[in-house]
Each structure stands twice: as C-alpha cells, then as structure tokens.
Design a protein around this ligand. Structure first.
Ligand SMILES: *Cc1c(COP(=O)(O)O)cnc(C)c1O
Length: 386
C-alpha cells in the first residue's frame, strides 16, 4: 500500500502544494490551471483591511454576514466556520450525545468523511442511506443529516429530500443539511428551493465551492439550534475569524451564477471529446469526471493490470496531470478522505484560460504515462511524494 492513512494523504497533498509552488515560481499564475471548482479567493476592499481586528471585525462584518447569509440560505441566524468540516463537527458535538443515533441520507455513498468522523468522536451510532426506500429513523435518532450534493456532485432528488423531511418531522428530529456545493448546484442548476425552505432546521454551505470566497463554511438556520452550535464552536475554536468573515461578506455581495450556468453548457463539448478516448467519463452539473473505478476500468480495457488500489491509481493520475500539465484536481490537493474522483469543474475561474483540446490532450498524455507507471512502485512513489 502506498497510500494507507490520513498522513500518507497529507504527504501527497504537501507534495502537490510544492509542485504548485514551483509552477507559480517558474510560470506565474497564468501557467497554473486550477480546475477543482474550489479555488476560492479573497475579494476584500481596501477599506476592509483596517477593520479586520479581533473585536471591530466581528462587530461590523457579522451583522452584514447575517443579512447576506439569510438572503442566500434562509433561516433566522447565521454562523461562520473555518471550514465546512468544522461546522459539521460543531453541529454533531452540540446536538448528539454518546450512544444516540445520527441518520444520514445522501444521493450516493460515500459521505464526506467529516460526518462519520465527527459521529465517531461523540460515540454516536452512525447510519448512512442512499436508497430512499430504506431510510428510517428510530426513537434513538437525535440528528438527521441530508447531503444535497455529494463530493462527486450527485444531486439529491427533491422527492427524496421531501421524504426525509417528512419522516424526520414526524418524530421531531432536527434536520441538518450538508449543502457544501449543493447550495449552488442544487438550487442554481437543478432549480430546487433552498434547504431551509424544504424544511431543514440548519444548513451549511461552503464559501469556496463554485463561489469565489475564502475556504470556509456558512451555516444558517433556526435560532435555537444555531445558538447551541455557536457555543460549541467557540468552546473548540471552530468559528471563522474576522478576515475570513469579511471575505465571506464581500464574496456573497459579488456572487453571480453566470459561471455556473456557462459551465453547465460548456461541459457537453468537453464530455463528447473525452468520451471518444475514455468510455468511463461522466458528466457532472458543471463539468466532467472520471472516477477511480472508472480509471481502473480504462486501464483493464487496455490490458493493463495493477496491484494498486483504485484510489492510489487516481491519486497518481492527478499528480501526473499536475506535474506535466499544471492542472490541479482534487485527488492531488484534497484533504485526507476526500473523493479520489478526477473531476474537471468548468465553473472554475481558470477554466476560462483553457479549451477542450487542452483537456483532452492532457488526459491522453497523462493516461499514457500512468499505464507505464503503475507497475513501477518506485516511480509511483516519486509521483506521489516527491
Ligand atoms: C467539500 C465538502 C465538505 C467539506 O468542506 P471543507 O471546506 O473541506 O471542510 C463537506 N461535505 C461535502 C458534501 C463536501 O463536498
């Protein structure tokens, strides 16, 4: 096993960041293509800089964030976090006691790792369903979680959302929605209502996925729940700090969905061109993807076998794509446990710098190198770690 733990994944991520540093030094920002869809940004105004102090910042920006957050997400109150992960952790800490049950519905397993990991920390019983006909809660369930859009951008159906809400409400169980990217994809592309209007008590969205803000999580919901989660987040230092809150305010003020709409149209061209070479490529709402298992299938189809796991092969593909073509995808830079799917998000800012041909050539070249690499473990290690 080359990658068998979170620390192996951190080593791989550190290496990816080192490669990105080298590209930036040699070619500048214009030579780098961040196609993750989560490149973020920090659109502060000059006048904001003097205000991002420990107490002045929150006094001003938290009020503005409340107004903008409620406008975007609904609810009565908002709460900003350092990451979506920290918001999920704080919610589970605040609402679930040891031995109680968290029931999670998502369009397709696996969940983002932050949910089962947080459940394990509080010694909760964790149940995950991706088949709506099997979804049930019990008298021991203290929190229902819904994921609106998975890491690979599978979107929940509105009938499924409604059914989970109905079942949970009948037992008075609070509903929390992980809408990290769903808050944009579900509502903008699939035209579904926001999670609160669909009956959720709390929702969290990411402020850097498909939106040009700092990495962070913005939660909104009913006051009685937000207040509980807020004290937990202060107790454990999970809340966003003034500079990030200021960044979120400016990001929400400037947000327009045009890149998301454009990407939804542009993706067909890229998909059709790639499909000629890679049968396992699939469309996402704003781009294309090749899953780790899909990549293994491409290799096997061409007579290439490997002892590596699908995740490892996908990580290596992403590292070659980064090193040789300067394209950033999540399996190169992602956090431990994040999806290993190679996903090209055409709603990324940098997608404006490239065309279909560029992506197709990069995929073909990378695949050719990958097939010669997978059975040379030293070479694999060198792509992954140095
Ligand atoms: C990205 C994501 C998260 C976590 O976001 P971070 O900012 O990395 O903490 C949680 N859930 C889902 C569904 C995600 O896609």
């Amino acid at each position: 096993m080359l990658i068998d733990s979170s620390s192996d994944e951190v080593k791989r991520r550190d290496n990816a960041l080192k490669i990105i540093g080298t590209i930036l030094n040699e070619k500048g920002k214009s030579g780098l293509f961040d196609l993750t869809g989560l490149s973020g940004g920090f659109p502060l105004e000059d006048e904001d800089l003097g205000l991002i102090e420990t107490y002045a910042g929150p006094a001003l920006f938290e009020e503005q964030l409340t107004e903008l957050g409620i406008e975007h997400l609904g609810g009565e109150k908002v709460l900003a976090f350092n990451r979506t992960t920290s918001g999920i952790f704080a919610t589970i800490l605040a609402l679930v006691k040891p031995g109680e049950e968290i029931v999670h519905f998502l369009p397709k397993s696996p969940s983002h790792p932050s949910i089962p990991r947080s459940a394990a920390i509080v010694n909760a019983v964790y149940k995950e369903f991706d088949d709506i006909d099997k979804f049930t809660v019990t008298d021991n369930t203290s929190l229902v979680i819904i994921t609106g859009s998975t890491m690979d951008h599978e979107i929940i159906k509105s009938e499924e959302f409604d059914k989970v809400v109905e079942i949970s409400k009948s037992k008075n169980i609070p509903i929390f929605v992980d809408d990290a990217s769903g808050a944009s994809l579900r509502t903008i592309i699939h035209k579904q209502p926001n999670a609160i209007d669909l009956g959720a008590d709390m929702v969290i969205k990411s402020t850097d996925k498909l939106i040009d803000g700092p990495r962070g999580g913005l939660m909104a919901g009913k006051t009685k729940f937000i207040d509980k989660v807020k004290s937990k987040s202060y107790e454990f230092g999970l809340e966003a700090q003034p500079p990030v809150i200021a960044g979120m305010v400016r990001t929400l003020e400037k947000f327009t969905p045009h890149r998301i709409f454009d990407a939804n149209h542009k993706k067909n061209m890229v998909f059709n061109a790639l499909k000629e070479h890679f049968k396992n490529v699939k469309k996402t709402p704003t781009g294309i993807m090749l899953s780790a298992d899909g990549l293994i299938n491409e290799l096997e189809k061409n007579g290439h076998k490997t002892v590596l796991s699908a995740r490892e092969v996908s990580f290596i593909f992403a590292m070659i794509l980064l090193k040789n073509h300067n394209i950033i995808t999540i399996p190169a830079v992602g956090m431990p446990g994040a999806s290993a799917t190679i996903r090209i998000d055409l709603a990324s800012k940098d997608a404006e710098k490239i065309n279909t041909e560029f992506i197709v050539k990069a995929f073909i070249d990378t695949f050719n190198i990958l097939k010669d690499t997978i059975n040379d473990l030293d070479l694999c290690e060198s792509f992954l770690f140095n």
